[in-house]
Design a protein around this ligand. Structure first.
Ligand code: SF4
Length: 233
């Protein structure tokens, strides 16, 4: 493997892979600039941090009986040209593999789907060009997102969709619109995540962030139209 860009590691996580104890590796590099991003330091592609990758593998080899899974997160892991080789290395140690992605690069997703056990797929906004551009910082990658979602649906892989409910760019009807789109596509699991204001956002109130979880009609529709639905605060 030539280059892998590691931005950070969470050695123990109970929240990054459903019902599994995981270590999470945060990859550098993201083509998007979501206004709600808490990982802005991971957005630049960065320098070769292969040495950190080797350290991570050494750490994993000491955790074989203590961890169930390793999650590749970011940044956008699909940016990594060597992602498939990296996953193969971790998989050979016996861990389940999770992937967090926004679906930016379907060709890479297609390559790694056979290696991955579970995917957390971010849906940033209603799947319309202008809305998605607004939620991802101005570049239209919506066709890539839809292609990636279709790849997940056409595979047998276990995956969920989730949306961060940033009240600066989304409102309740948007969530219903996203929900209807995903339900029509055949998505089985959908989650709403509470937006926690980024440090530069000094005006969004907690009540603005909570409003997505206060609508019985919206929650009821989502509960009855997905096999699994929940809110994460
Ligand atoms: S896709 Fe994730 S890492 Fe990239 S800008 Fe958006 S929130 Fe940040």
């Amino acid at each position: 493997m030539n280059t892998i860009n590691v931005g950070g590691v969470e050695q123990f996580s109970l929240v990054d892979y459903p019902d599994k104890i995981a270590a999470t590796i945060f990859m550098q590099g993201c083509p998007w600039r979501c206004p709600f991003c808490h990982n802005a330091s991971l957005q630049p592609a960065g320098i070769d941090t292969h040495f950190l990758w080797d350290k991570f593998l050494a750490f994993l080899s000491t955790r074989k009986k203590l961890l169930d899974a390793v999650v590749f997160s970011g940044g956008e892991p699909l940016m990594q040209d060597e992602l498939s080789a990296a996953i193969t290395e971790v998989k050979s140690l016996g861990f389940k593999i999770g992937l967090h992605t926004g679906g930016y690069r379907p060709k890479m997703l297609e390559k790694v789907i056979p290696l991955v056990d579970w995917v957390g797929f971010d849906i940033k906004a209603p799947l319309e060009e202008e809305r998605y551009k607004q939620a991802t910082g101005g570049i239209n990658h919506l066709p890539h997102v839809i292609e990636s979602l279709n790849l997940l649906l056409d595979s047998n892989i276990h995956f969920e969709c989730r949306t961060t409910c940033d009240p600066r760019i989304l409102d309740l009807p948007d969530i219903l619109q996203i929900g209807k789109y995903l339900q029509n596509k055949g998505v089985k699991e959908y989650y709403l995540q509470k937006y926690r204001p980024i440090p530069t956002d000094t005006t969004t109130e907690d009540a603005d962030c909570e409003k997505f979880f206060d609508s019985p009609e919206l929650l009821s529709w989502l509960k009855s139209n997905f096999i699994k639905f929940d809110v994460r605060k």
